[in-house]
Write a protein that binds this ligand. Sequence first.
Ligand SMILES: Nc1ncnc2c1ncn2[C@@H]1O[C@H](COP(=O)(O)OP(=O)(O)OP(=O)(O)O)[C@@H](O)[C@H]1O
Ligand SMILES: [Mg+2]
Length: 230
Amino acid sequence: YAIIGYSEILLEDAQDLGYEDFVHDLDNIHTSGKHLLTIINDILDLSKIEAGKMDVHWESFDIMALIENVLATIQPLIEENGNTLEIICEDNQEPIVADPNKMRQVILNLLSNAAKFTENGKIILKFKVVNNDENFISQNGNCNSTDKMLVLSVADTGIGISEEKIDSLFQPFTQADNSTTRKYGGTGLGLAISRHFCKMMGGDIAVVSEVNKGSIFTVKFPVLETGFIN
Ligand SMILES: Nc1ncnc2c1ncn2[C@@H]1O[C@H](COP(=O)(O)OP(=O)(O)OP(=O)(O)O)[C@@H](O)[C@H]1O
Ligand SMILES: [Mg+2]
C-alpha cells in the first residue's frame, strides 16, 4: 500500500512541478503497484478458500447502490477499449440479504473481463430478483433462503470463447489460450474465485459464448428479502 500511496503522491508532485520525465515512470510504478496488489489479493483469496477459511457475511443491502459503487471503479476500464456499458435492472429493487463484498467482487471480475476482451463494443449488465425456481439453497444466517434468487448477467460483444476452452475457464490459473496472457495480461484467477464465491452463497455461475460474437456470464444465487428477517 505504501508503494502505491507514495508513488501517487510523487506523481502528483511531479505533475504540478512539470517534471514530465518523472511523470511517465512514476505512473508506471503506480500502475504496476496496483496490478501487483490485485494479484496478491487474488492469490490470498484463493488460498483462503482452499483452506476453508473464507466466510460468508450475510448483510442486508441495496443492489443498486452496490452496482453504482462497482461502476465508479470500473468505468475507466470500460472506456479504455472504446466500449459502452448499459445497465438493465428489472422490477422494483427491494433490499436483499447476501454477502455484498463477494457479490461486488464477482461483478467486478465479470465486468473487467468483458471490458478486457471487448473492443469498441457493448457490455450489458442485467439483473433481477425472481422466484427461486431452481431450488438454490443457502444457509443464510439462521434462515434457509429458498424463496427468491438473484439473476445477474454480464454480456459483451467481444472475442468470445471457443467450445473446447469453455469448460476449463473456471479452473484457477487457466486462460483460454497461451497468447491470452501476453496480449491481455491477467493470471486466470478471476473466474475461479467468482465461481467459489457464488457457490459459497449457494448459487453458481455459467457461461455461453460464441467466438468473435461475444459472451454472456450469468450468476445466480438465492437471496433473502429483508422483510423476512424480523
Ligand atoms: N468476457 C470474456 N470474453 C472472452 N474471454 C473471456 C471472457 N471472460 C473470461 N474469458 C477467458 O477466460 C479466461 C479466464 O478468465 P479469468 O477472469 O479467470 O482470468 P483473467 O481475466 O485472464 O485473469 P485475472 O482475472 O486473474 O486478472 C481469460 O483469460 C479469457 O481467456
Ligand atoms: Mg479476469
